[in-house]
Design a protein around this ligand. Structure first.
Ligand SMILES: [Ca+2]
Ligand SMILES: [Ca+2]
Length: 178
């Protein structure tokens, strides 16, 4: 039996496919919820700083494309006279990210490159909700992260492919010497 060029191409393709499968990137969505229990009353000029830690995310391995945050913010309705509220959302790279005047219950905040960088390198994101005006409640916060789950090639897998390459080399040499 002769090792034809066609067979060599097939063997090379097999090894290439094997190597590619060890460095897999799978699109992923992670979520984390911080629930304030009891809900946190935010009074004028008070800041609530808290951290979302994303379970299942491996810092330095998995990647972040974007993220979004939703907040449960509602008025304490402690006064019969109209008392305006102004809630401010701050995050890495944007101390004045979003400002809300009418708290509807569910509010959405944007994302920043600095925040994505922090998430990618630590697996967590520290944000703040501040009252610029009036009193209101912060009931909870949900972080949704979009990115890729990456698998690190295991040393054992790499060794196996190395051995396969050496094996193909030996086979070739033996065939050629016949
Ligand atoms: Ca109020
Ligand atoms: Ca709550």
């Amino acid at each position: 039996m002769k090792l034809t060029k066609k067979k060599w191409t097939a063997a090379a393709a097999l090894i290439a496919a094997g190597l590619a499968s060890t460095a897999n990137a799978v699109p992923m969505e992670w979520t984390d919820t911080v629930d304030f229990n009891p809900d946190r009353l935010v009074t004028a000029l008070d800041s609530v700083v808290y951290t979302h830690t994303v379970e299942g995310f491996t810092p330095g391995v998995d990647t972040v494309d974007s993220y979004s945050l939703t907040f449960n913010l509602y008025d304490d309705k402690d006064s019969s006279i109209y008392e305006p509220e102004a809630a401010l959302f701050s995050q890495p790279g944007a101390l004045l990210d979003t400002l809300w005047f009418n708290l509807s219950g569910t509010e959405t905040g944007g994302w920043t490159l600095a925040g994505a960088w922090q998430l990618e390198n630590s697996g967590s994101l520290t944000v703040a909700i501040t009252s610029l005006l009036g009193d209101f409640y912060l009931g909870g916060s949900t972080l949704t992260v979009h990115g890729e789950k990456n698998s690190v090639p295991e040393p054992g897998t790499l060794a196996l492919f190395g051995a396969a390459l050496v094996g193909f080399g030996l086979m070739r040499r033996r065939r050629e010497s016949v």
